[in-house]
Ligand binder design. Structure first.
Ligand code: DC
Length: 216
């Protein structure tokens, strides 16, 4: 395939977007861009630098001097790989908080569009099909029930050796769903032309196949 094509994958947290997008990218030989990781990196940096979570001059200055990129699948914040630093429950909430700020979204959406216009990519997030890559050739909205998503995350955290109570994981998921769907700017929503895929009860391989079938 010579033409550039873009695949947008949106959906709530814990629906498996990253796992699926990464695998589909590897099979198609295209780049994967995890936009959630970008909001996580900004939330992490704001917290580290004590920047208030509101539109303020300190935030503007910080964003102007912030560099975010992906190199070989690693997320690089100001020259440092921050993969593991941004995958904590605390940073999940910081990311959700900073993602409601127009200054933050404006900066990250600009970077995401420039990444998505150069080459074929699969990009996942909340507003890719509705805003970042409105003209993406393929749009998928990946969902699963809150309980199924909490269960998957619960097992994942256990496997990683950082267990959390199931109830706390479920509450975190519900809180983030609420934040993501009710924020004023580019809330989580299915694009009219996106295909919805509910993954309840499906294995990872089944979901990968379903996505590959959709974009064939
Ligand atoms: O996908 P994730 O859990 O890593 O995303 C972290 C937070 O970033 C999530 O609460 C919503 C926000 N986000 C967003 O607002 N827009 C995106 N395109 C991606 C993520």
């Amino acid at each position: 395939m010579n033409e550039i094509f873009r695949i947008a994958i949106d959906g709530p947290g814990g629906a498996g977007k990253s796992t699926i997008a990464k695998a589909v990218a590897a099979r198609l030989g295209i780049d994967y861009i995890d936009t959630g990781a970008m909001y996580r990196a900004v939330g992490y940096k704001m917290n580290r630098e004590g920047i208030p979570f509101e539109e303020c001059p300190q935030l503007r200055t910080m964003l102007d001097s912030t560099d975010i990129d992906f190199v070989s699948g690693d997320i690089i914040l100001d020259g440092q790989i921050v993969n593991s630093l941004i995958r904590t429950p605390e940073v999940s909430l910081l990311a959700s908080g900073c993602s409601a700020l127009p200054m933050v979204r404006e900066k990250l959406v600009k970077i995401q569009r420039s990444m998505g216009n150069r080459k074929s990519v699969i990009m996942d997030g909340r507003d890719i099909g509705t805003n970042v890559l409105k003209d993406a050739e393929y749009k998928i909205f990946l969902t699963a029930s809150a309980e199924e998503r909490a269960n998957r995350r619960f097992l994942e955290l256990q496997e990683k050796g950082t267990p959390q109570e199931y109830r706390a994981v479920l509450e975190d998921i519900k809180q983030r769903d609420h934040n993501d769907m009710t924020r004023k700017l580019n809330p989580l929503a299915k694009a009219d032309d996106a295909i919805e895929l509910n993954t309840d009860g499906m294995s990872i391989e089944e979901v990968i196949r379903a996505v590959l079938d959709l974009i064939k």
